[in-house]
Design a protein around this ligand. Sequence first.
Ligand code: MG
Length: 203
Amino acid sequence: MKVICVGRNYADHATELKNEIPTEPVLFMKPKNAVLVPEKPFYYPEFTDDLHYECEVVVKINKNGKFIGERHALKYFTEISLGIDFTARDLQREQQRKGLPWEIAKAFDDSAAIGYFNPLPADWDINNLSFELRKNGEMVQEGNTKDMIFKISKIISYASKFFTLNIGDLVFTGTPAGVGQVNVHDVLEGFLMGEKVLEVNVM
Ligand code: MG
């Protein structure tokens, strides 16, 4: 399996990192070893001094597909959760400055923490889902999928032009504003439509 991620998908977050608003989805990938499943602790990596959380809505692909039309894209997943796209911001800035790839900053082991997946309820609108991240009990990020620059159907369709989507792949759909530092002993909790689906303990 693989993890497909979208960068800069909320205008307020693109602005906070002083990035331009993209005209096509900005995609990057994380390998299987990046996935941190629920109830496993996250160990603060030794190669960064500026680790950031990015809370994102995540969908789990349940059908293989390539060249998926936008109209059909929502049929390619049934389960949804939240995840943390852990980012070594210092390494990312350095790589960006040199025009080099991001993997060491974004695709390292355990950098894709995921919560519990639940079937998407029939009465939820995928394009109007609220979510929030609390750090040590305090709300630090608040988002709604209606504010995405590229909706989930567009992301799936666009990604499938380049990469065959396979059953079990995860799609991280971008983070809203409010990203910030993570430290040892922090507890991150993600709430989707008011329900807790994610907890990460930083060791
Ligand atoms: Mg992200």
